[in-house]
Ligand binder design. Structure first.
Ligand code: FRU
Length: 920
């Protein structure tokens, strides 16, 4: 595209270049012409001649100024022209002397100066154009002498005093008359080149006129003035009149000769044309003459006619030239416009070809792109179809699954009811209750929980598939909500949670389906209780916020949710962070759907560890409901206690709080059970209590602290837990020297093979999936504890460890090495105590006892004593120390005490042992 733009610019430049007429170089020149006086005929003719010649140099700028016979004015005008920046000056100086300075200055500054007709007093000019005025005067004198037949009186009317032609003509005239001694110049006067001035002067010398035979005037206009005076003075005597200029134009000297006004005139060419010709020669740096003297001659009645004819011919030729020039200009204009048209046509053609090419190229490219697009389109279409097909299949599969679930849910209802009613019967039986009350309660509670889930699933499906219709009737929402709230007070009270209920008005009538809306509040309230720690507060408030809107808020001071959980809280099957406890992920999404069915809105706001607030807005009146959604009943909305049971049962805590300490009599081994489901925790505690000391924890973090505190012999932990997960717990404990030896069983509902592998990778010792068989669990516990005892042998043995060890095992090995090393170093120190070891290793007394017991199956003091005796035995057998020396080397306070302990262990005193060894 850039190249294309460049091409267009090039074409435009070319067209501009060829389109422009080749200009004359004279177009660059500014020529100034300073005329001494411009009003008389002779000088007008001079100007015409100049313009005519200039017309052959179109474009040259011609600047003309008329000084009107004022020398000072002429000086100023020349200065102005020079300031304007003329390239050449043509000047006809009014007076020689006053104009000499400015002409010299201009010339010396480098501007060429052509002096025309009149001269300055200096020769500092570039060229002169004009006739030889002395010669003209001389020719006039000679002609006059002959005309007067060598005798007579002459009056001379001169031009402007100080002007060079006047001076030179006077001198020439005198010179011409020198041959005629009888011809006398009787009077001389100045007519200043002007007719009226001449008339005025001549009128004052009438007597001289009367005696004169001829008058020589320096120009024809003054000569015609003399003729006028002669006529006016009625001087009829024939007085010859000779002038200068002999202009051939009407009113000029030739006409005066013709009409006998004057007798003769000396031709004085204006030199206008010659001045311009010379000017261009100078400007174009061509050769030129400095002095260009124009020829003169006497014109009288004998040749005036011929001159006139010649002049007319010249004039007509001149007109022809002018016409031709005009024609030429016209032709040139036509040529120029044709040239422009041609250029435009050429450019258009080139552009057309270029654009055509481009268009063709684009067409081809477009076709290619279109083809590619079509192909892509087809591919996309195919993919889309495949996707549609796949999604239809996926939808159908999901639908089938959900239908299956729903059907199963329906199927569950009957057996659940059939479980619940005999359980309730059995619970009512005092004897049975005494024996199996706890188990029956667990059965009932979990059957309720199952039934609630099943019901929620069925409700959700109904709403989702639009089969659920509202059955709304007008009811007092305040009393309805208050009743539900009251039903939860007991459960809340068990956790010390206060429930506050506020309603601005005692009665607010709303159209709602009590059978659906109750589930929303059951769910919100049971959640609030579940997630609010002991002694928290739950506030329910109802108020009409606008004419047609009622707002109900359920606010708790519970554990709250972070932003991520909040985003998904209404999503179907979404289960929040493990720390916030587990739910089905159905309750809230079902609640929102129910509110939506009422054309209301449900929102949530929450802050982690600060609390959560659910806001429900419902419309008043029934305009937003369909007729089919309305039902009129007199019965006030009542809380369905059967349904309520399902929600409340979930909240009831068991007698014993999780996180408790030891239960029953002390046993040989201890277990830590970490499980957030209180029922399961209870169950396991109860079952395992007979065999082991049991520690319990309801969440991951408590589990971790208990493990460090108690250092149990084995840990059973759930995987998904509030706080740290079971896997995180395993990883932490197995990489800490204090707890690395404790076997861990992960007990979880995460039953996939991948999940089990992941658990084992984190160094769990066993992974048992729920539902589990209790006997299998017990066997696994027993096995792992037994294996620990076996493992002890491995640790104590000095055999090198073969194969790759787990982090936990290498940690245990390191512990034992450190422990043995410290003991070995201190065998001679009788004050060496357990606390010294704890300090050196960096663990507590209990942790040390438990760890040593677990790994070595003996107490620390037994171990130290055994090491002391073993060393003593070696020293007695291999070194030459005395018994007393050995006593202190192995850290006994007295030889007697050493002897007693040694005898206890080996059945002989140290001295007996020494004797036996040396004898044998
Ligand atoms: C015109 C004129 C002519 C004369 C010339 C002398 O102004 O007076 O008649 O020949 O000037 O410079």
């Amino acid at each position: 595209m850039k190249a294309f733009c460049k091409l267009i610019i090039l074409l435009i430049c070319c067209s501009a270049f060829f389109g422009c007429k080749k200009k004359d170089k004279t177009s660059l020149y500014n020529i100034g012409f300073s005329q001494c006086v411009g009003s008389d005929l002779w000088r007008r003719t001079m100007l015409d001649e100049m313009k005519m010649e200039l017309s052959l140099h179109p474009g040259a700028r011609f600047i003309y100024a008329d000084a009107n016979g004022n020398s000072q004015k002429q000086i100023q005008q020349v200065k102005n022209m020079v300031d304007q920046g003329i390239d050449l000056l043509i000047i006809s100086p009014n007076e020689a002397q006053p104009l000499t300075g400015i002409v010299e200055q201009t010339y010396n500054k480098g501007t060429p100066v052509i002096v025309i007709d009149r001269k300055t007093s200096s020769s500092q000019y570039t060229a002169y154009v004009g006739a030889d005025n002395f010669e003209i005067g001389r020719m006039a004198g000679e002609y006059m002498g002959n005309l007067l037949k060598r005798k007579g009186n002459v009056i001379e009317v001169m031009g402007l005093p100080g002007s060079s032609p006047a001076i030179e003509r006077e001198r020439g005239f005198a010179d011409g008359l020198r041959k005629f001694p009888n011809v006398h110049i009787v009077t001389q006067l100045y007519g200043d080149w002007l007719k009226d001035h001449a008339e005025k002067q001549l009128s004052q010398i009438v007597p001289q006129l009367n005696s004169a035979d001829a008058i020589f005037a320096h120009n024809d206009v003054m000569a015609s003035g003399a003729r006028a005076v002669l006529r006016a003075q009625h001087i009829h005597k024939p007085i010859r009149l000779i002038g200068v200029d002999a202009l051939p134009v009407p009113g000029g000297g030739l006409q005066m000769i013709d009409s006998k006004v004057i007798d003769a005139s000396l031709l004085y060419p204006t030199g206008g044309k010659e001045a311009i010709v010379t000017a261009f020669k100078i400007l174009n740096k061509e050769s030129f003459l400095k002095e260009n003297i124009l020829q003169s001659q006497v014109i009288d009645s004998t040749n005036a006619q011929l001159m006139k004819l010649q002049w007319n011919r010249i004039a007509s030729q001149h007109n022809d030239i002018l016409r031709q020039q005009n024609l030429l200009t016209e032709q040139e204009n036509v040529y120029n416009s044709q040239q422009t048209v041609l250029n435009i046509i050429v450019i258009t053609l080139v552009l057309a070809v270029v654009f055509g090419g481009l268009a063709f190229y684009s067409l081809m490219e477009n076709r290619k792109i279109n083809k590619a697009l079509e192909k892509k389109n087809l591919e996309i279409l195919e993919q889309r179809n495949q996707l549609v097909e796949m999604s239809a299949k996926a939808e159908a599969a999901t639908e089938a699954k959900l239908n299956f679930f729903t059907n199963m849910s329906h199927e569950f209802r009957t057996p659940l009811t059939l479980i619940l009613s005999p359980v309730e019967d059995m619970m009512a039986n005092e004897k049975l209750n005494l024996v199996a009350g706890k188990s029956l309660k667990i059965i009932q509670k979990n059957a309720f929980r199952l039934l609630k889930l099943v019901n929620q699933l069925i409700d959700y499906r109904k709403i989702e598939y639009d089969r659920q219709r509202l059955n709304a009737s007008p009811n007092n929402i305040v009393s309805f909500t208050r009743e539900i709230t009251d039903s939860f007070r007991q459960s809340a009270g068990k956790k010390g949670i206060a429930i506050k209920f506020t309603a601005k008005e005692p009665k607010i009538n709303l159209w709602f389906d009590s059978n659906l809306l109750d589930k929303v509040f059951f769910n919100l309230l049971s959640n609030a209780i579940k997630f609010t720690p002991d002694n928290g507060v739950i506030s329910i408030s109802i108020s009409a916020i606008e004419d047609d809107l009622v707002e109900i808020t359920v606010k708790d001071t519970g554990i709250g949710m972070d932003e991520d959980e909040l985003k998904h809280v209404f999503e179907q099957f979404y289960q929040g962070d493990a720390a916030s406890g587990k739910g089905s992920g159905l309750g809230l999404s079902l609640s929102k759907e129910i509110v939506n069915l009422h054309k209301g809105a449900m929102e949530v706001s929450s802050k982690k560890w600060q609390g959560t607030m659910f806001t429900i807005r419902l419309k008043t009146g029934n305009e937003h409901l369909l007729l089919t959604e309305e039902s009129f009943t007199d019965k006030p909305a009542a809380v369905n206690t059967e349904k309520l049971k399902l929600y409340i049962a979930d909240l009831d805590k068991n007698e014993r709080e999780p996180g408790g300490g030891l239960t029953g009599m002390p046993k040989e081994h201890s277990l830590l059970i970490i499980e957030d489901n209180p029922d399961l925790l209870d169950y396991l505690t109860e079952k395992l209590n007979g065999h082991y000391d049991i520690y319990t924890a309801g969440n991951g973090n408590t589990g971790i602290s208990m493990a460090f505190e108690q250092v149990p012999d084995l840990i059973i932990s759930d995987v998904v837990l509030p706080g740290a997960s079971g896997k995180a717990i395993t990883e932490l404990l197995k990489t800490d020297m204090r707890t690395s030896h404790i076997p861990i069983i992960l007990l979880t509902a995460q039953s996939s093979v991948e999940q089990q592998i992941d658990g084992m990778r984190r160094m769990a010792d066993a992974y048992i999936t729920k539902p589990f068989n209790y006997d299998y669990l017990l066997a696994t516990v027993e096995n792992l504890i037994k294996n620990r005892v076996l493992l002890k042998e491995h640790f104590i043995s000095d055999a090198p460890v073969s194969g790759k060890q787990t982090v936990a095992k290498s940690l245990d090995k390191k512990f034992l090495n450190d422990f043995a090393g410290i003991v070995e170093q201190n065998l001679g120190n009788e004050n060496f105590s357990v606390d010294d070891i704890c300090r050196a290793i960096g663990i507590s007394r209990v942790q040390l006892y438990r760890k040593v017991k677990a790994l070595l199956d003996c107490s620390i003091t037994d171990y130290i004593l055994a090491r002391r005796l073993k060393k003593a035995k070696y020293l007695l057998g291999n070194e030459g120390y005395s018994i007393a020396e050995i006593t202190y080397m192995v850290g006994f306070s007295t030889p007697n005490y050493f002897s007693t302990v040694f005898k206890n262990k080996y059945g002989c005193t140290p001295s007996e042992f020494k004797r036996t060894v040396s004898a044998g």
